[in-house]
Design a protein around this ligand. Sequence first.
Ligand SMILES: *[C@@H]1O[C@H](CO)[C@@H](O)[C@H](O)[C@H]1NC(C)=O
Ligand SMILES: *[C@@H]1O[C@H](CO)[C@@H](O)[C@H](O)[C@H]1NC(C)=O
Ligand SMILES: *[C@@H]1O[C@H](CO)[C@@H](O)[C@H](O)[C@H]1NC(C)=O
Ligand SMILES: *[C@@H]1O[C@H](CO)[C@@H](O)[C@H](O)[C@H]1NC(C)=O
Ligand SMILES: *[C@@H]1O[C@H](CO)[C@@H](O)[C@H](O)[C@H]1NC(C)=O
Ligand SMILES: *[C@@H]1O[C@H](CO)[C@@H](O)[C@H](O)[C@H]1NC(C)=O
Length: 369
Amino acid sequence: MSRLFRSAVLAIAAFGSAVLAQTSTTCNPLNSTCPADEALGQYADFDFTSSVTNPSVWNQTSTPITFGGNGSVFSIAKHGDSPTMNTNFYIMWGSVSVVMRCSDGPGIVSSIVLLSDDLDEIDWEILGSNKTHVETNYFGKGNTTTYNRAIYYPVSPSPQDNFHNYTITWTKDKLEWLIDGRSLRTLNYGDALGGQQYPQTPMKIYLGAWAAGDPAEPKGVQEWAEATTDYTKGPWTMNVKNVYIQDGSTGAEYSYGDMTGSYQSIKTKAGTSLIVQALNTPIGPGAHWRALSPATRAGIIIGSIAGFALFVLTILFLCIRSTRKGLKEAAKADAEWEAQQKEAVEWQKRYNADRASTIGSQKSLAHYR
Ligand SMILES: *[C@@H]1O[C@H](CO)[C@@H](O)[C@H](O)[C@H]1NC(C)=O
Ligand SMILES: *[C@@H]1O[C@H](CO)[C@@H](O)[C@H](O)[C@H]1NC(C)=O
Ligand SMILES: *[C@@H]1O[C@H](CO)[C@@H](O)[C@H](O)[C@H]1NC(C)=O
Ligand SMILES: *[C@@H]1O[C@H](CO)[C@@H](O)[C@H](O)[C@H]1NC(C)=O
Ligand SMILES: *[C@@H]1O[C@H](CO)[C@@H](O)[C@H](O)[C@H]1NC(C)=O
Ligand SMILES: *[C@@H]1O[C@H](CO)[C@@H](O)[C@H](O)[C@H]1NC(C)=O
């Protein structure tokens, strides 16, 4: 997929279909000692319809990605365009749901890819020229000698004209691809060459569109794309509204304990990663407020209204009381009022403290849920 995958190897399956796999990585833990991977270690969701991404959390390639009512917009207008964004954090098992409307256009591929440093890979790839089927795929340790792993599944209504929820759930026992909650494919650990080829190392999440049908791509790639890209018919866009990511592990960092690439070798350092600290720091004006979950925001609004209502009721109550029971009673009421005021101040303090801790512990990230 995309520029990142320019070095991709193409292969023609026994079945006549082709697949692409990532074949390079900055540091491959199978033959080098690499820096640890920053972990997510928790749940996070990203609403691309209402906010841009924090660059320390999501990285973007050079083709600009815009954000708006239809979510993030990955647009391809000319040769060389390949808008891609990826998390700077990793997950070790977990689930990823992407609410996406795929790009149409001949030879344009919309993709959701989970990729590890030692080139384990889990894919969704949707061809712009195929409005009825979506492709699922996986690789283990960058091994591209087996090419019959791509499986296509029917989906309707068409993925290019409708948003669907593309989910991957990934545990040490099985990998599952789901659309709108419907399970399409399950890969058990043992199904992947006795586990050897099973994706089992910390993964980053990549979202992107690219022109596999570009005349400059190898013939086989174009064939896989089922069409040649004619840019005069563009531009074409892929949209992602939301991404929900649950890391199946907790911790600040994942690292490879040896060069086997086995999940048993993955070590976890406790704590919260720098990326997650950045994630928890809202950006832009009003971001703190926006970053709160609707429930928290509603709570604050209701709290404020309730506080005001309490104040009005107290005044009203005191007025009625003093009129009814005269000045003598009013003196007593004053004392009560003072007591209630104290209580109200206490209440306000507690409320402020709660609110502060809610803002502080956005780590639980129930954002927008
Ligand atoms: C490490 O492995 C990768 C992937 O197999 C390979 O591309 C790279 O050349 C290797 N590096 C060394 C130093 O062996
Ligand atoms: C971010 O993307 C750019 C462009 O593809 C790449 O050069 C850079 O290494 C990436 N940074 C990270 C942290 O992934
Ligand atoms: C979202 O996509 C629909 C369908 O393509 C389009 O009609 C609408 O204008 C888009 N909205 C925004 C805000 O871009
Ligand atoms: C879409 O993909 C399916 C599965 O590979 C294939 O049977 C079908 O012919 C494709 N449709 C088009 C229009 O290429
Ligand atoms: C790659 O996969 C093939 C077929 O599944 C297998 O025979 C081979 O041993 C694998 N190579 C490595 C280096 O794991
Ligand atoms: C997407 O599908 C997954 C798996 O069924 C489900 O857990 C999740 O709630 C769905 N997300 C949305 C936004 O519908």
